[in-house]
Design a binder for this molecule. Structure first.
Ligand code: CO
Ligand code: ZN
Length: 327
């Protein structure tokens, strides 16, 4: 499992540029599902055929990043965000472009109060001496992602892009285990979640499933002096009740709780105040689709080093497998 997570987390794929991730996942699932296809939005749809209910399981392939908006005469890059990027978190971070060019994010020195630092007052230094030199490596419109190893330590995984390659890894692992069921299972690896849950919308419309789940990360309430939240690392996968994009369908939520109880899988209940998931766009697609989610408790979401517990990840695979069989 760790190898799958590491491979996926280290594959380049900011929103709208998910092809390398899709190719990597196709390689992992070829021969293990009945059909693999891609739609116009770039969603990768892997189908295990069946005569029962159509179940859509969605995890997003895209990761947050930056997009170059201007290159000045000295070769410094100005940039915008792809997905949610808190300015103070990205200061001093290393980013990498698809061609391997590395840059350092820094800020204009005339800022008196760091609370006032915005992306517009920041730049990326790729070590170029002039605009011409910079343009040999990077063009306006190019995207870059965080640099950050994937390591396992004390039963935790620390990595860039846990959001949401961890969800992709959980879907891959579940598909490889081939749960025995008559249901038709759609393992959907979506695009452009971080910029507004976009890929999941067309994927859901194309499939029109009877039930859908988003597998993604959620916040925790277990670090020093943080906002209280009834979710912690290592407490089990979180069954979604509500986030900013969706209120889980009671039927889906109850099926998940029942599946967890049946298999004695530890679980937590998630109410996330900020952030949404693909379930947010899936549940309002077409005439409406009963949707919910399994979330992996994650510290430092959208940082270059996010952290999850490997037990929660493995239990999420178990829960997902049981869910697919029991609904
Ligand atoms: Co995210
Ligand atoms: Zn996510």
């Amino acid at each position: 499992m760790f190898d799958i997570i590491k491979t996926l987390a280290q594959t380049f794929g900011p929103s709208g540029n998910e092809k390398k991730v899709a190719d990597t996942i196709s390689g992992m699932l070829r021969g293990k599902v009945d059909e693999i296809r891609t739609d116009a939005m770039g969603n990768l749809i892997c189908v295990k055929k069946g005569s029962g209910k159509k179940i859509m399981l969605a995890a997003h392939m895209d990761e947050i990043g930056i997009i170059v908006s201007y290159i000045d005469e000295k070769g410094f890059l100005r940039f915008g965000n792809i997905g949610g990027l808190p300015p103070l978190i990205i200061l001093g971070q290393r980013v990498v472009f698809e061609n391997g060019t590395v840059g350092v994010i820094w800020y204009e020195e005339n800022i008196d109060n760091m609370k006032n630092v915005t992306l517009g007052k920041m730049f990326i230094d790729i070590g170029a001496g002039s605009r011409e030199e910079a343009e040999r490596l990077v063009k306006v419109g190019d995207m870059a992602v965080f640099v950050g190893d994937t390591v396992e330590q004390n039963g935790k995984i620390i990595s860039k892009s846990i959001d949401d390659r961890i969800g992709c890894a959980i879907l891959v692992e579940t598909a490889l285990r081939q749960p025995e069921t008559d249901n038709e299972v759609y393992y959907v690896f979506t695009t452009q979640e971080e910029v507004g849950l976009r890929g999941a919308k067309t994927a859901a419309f194309g499939i029109l499933p009877d039930l859908a789940l988003a597998i993604d990360v959620c916040d925790t309430g277990d670090i020093p002096n943080c906002n209280p939240m009834a979710v912690k690392l290592g407490g089990g996968p979180a069954i979604k009740i509500k986030d900013r994009s969706v209120i889980a369908h009671p039927l889906v939520k109850d099926l998940l709780v029942k599946a967890a109880k049946n298999k004695k899988i530890p679980y937590q209940l998630e109410i996330m105040k900020d952030g949404g998931t693909d379930a947010g766009s899936i549940h309002t697609t077409a005439g409406g689709i009963p949707s919910g989610g399994i979330s992996i408790p994650c510290r430092f979401i959208h940082d270059a080093a996010e952290m999850v517990d490997l037990n929660d990840v493995n239990n999420a695979v178990k829960l997902l497998t049981e869910f697919v069989k029991s609904c």
